[in-house]
Design a binder for this molecule. Sequence first.
Ligand code: AHN
Ligand code: ZN
Length: 328
Amino acid sequence: MKIAKVLTVCFIACFLIACSSCKRDDKSAGTDTATQEESLTPPDYSADSAFAFVKAQTDCGPRVPNTPAHAQCAAFLQGKLAEYCDTVIVQRFDATAYDGTVLKSSNIIGSFRPDNPKRIVLASHWDSRPWANADPDEANREKPIDGANDGASGVGVLLELARQLSLKAPEIGIDIVFFDAEDYGTNGQDDSWGLGAQYWSHNPHVSGYRAAYGILLDMVGATNARFRYEQFSSMYARSVLTKVWNTAYRLGYGQVFQQEQAHAITDDHYYVNTIAGIPMIDIIHQEDQTGTGFPHTWHTLEDNINHIDKHTLAIVGKTLLSVIYNEK
Ligand code: AHN
Ligand code: ZN
């Protein structure tokens, strides 16, 4: 009887040891895919607040350079960053568009811990496109767009992120850059896009500015959004892509941040990579089925607040905040 008991205890003990060493082996198998890492607890981040920040921008009207709505929104963004960040800089410049129009432009930059040499830069464009040239109705194609997804969504995500950072400071320095004059471009002339990013990359808001890496947001507010590896991001900043997509996976957002390759987009990050030399990724919603390569509302009058999903905004915001709070 006694021997049987001892044997049983031994057997159970051996079983438990074997099991726990199995688990350890699994973990140390060490590929860089996200599948075998521990899960993360999402940080505080309000989807409703992010949504309200998107709506505040579209309520100004289309943010087309040289219009009152553009000036009104600039004042709003500057005020919000001043409320949440340690410092705010507005960088005013004239950008000449592909058609010769001089765009009175402003890049708006809010910083946390401006003296910390270890920094990351988060960006989005805040202007909206002057023409709904992809609208199915030809009568709409010369009208300006609200740019709720294309412009306001990334800015809204970053404003709520700034609000959270004001409540719980990051260890590293953070610069939030709202680029102007991104969306005045024309097909077939790649450098007609991203005029604000081109200006900032040649003339950063602080001389000798360096950041370890950057993350650009573009069209991060649609229902059923999905983000794949944009090609220039893979070329210039692969390790940043891996870090961000793995973080999203560990938060349970693997359906939104898909570990698959997508197309190259000449977006603001292209100039930050090639002119400023800062490795920057683009979290951008690409679609293969629409014909434009982007969501069905892209550069149409349908790119309005009715097509913004606060859950998508929060998924992106929580992923970025987790990345930030994990940096030392
Ligand atoms: C090109 O179509 C070359 N770039 C598009 C960048 C963009 C426009 N992102 C949002 N709107
Ligand atoms: Zn656009």
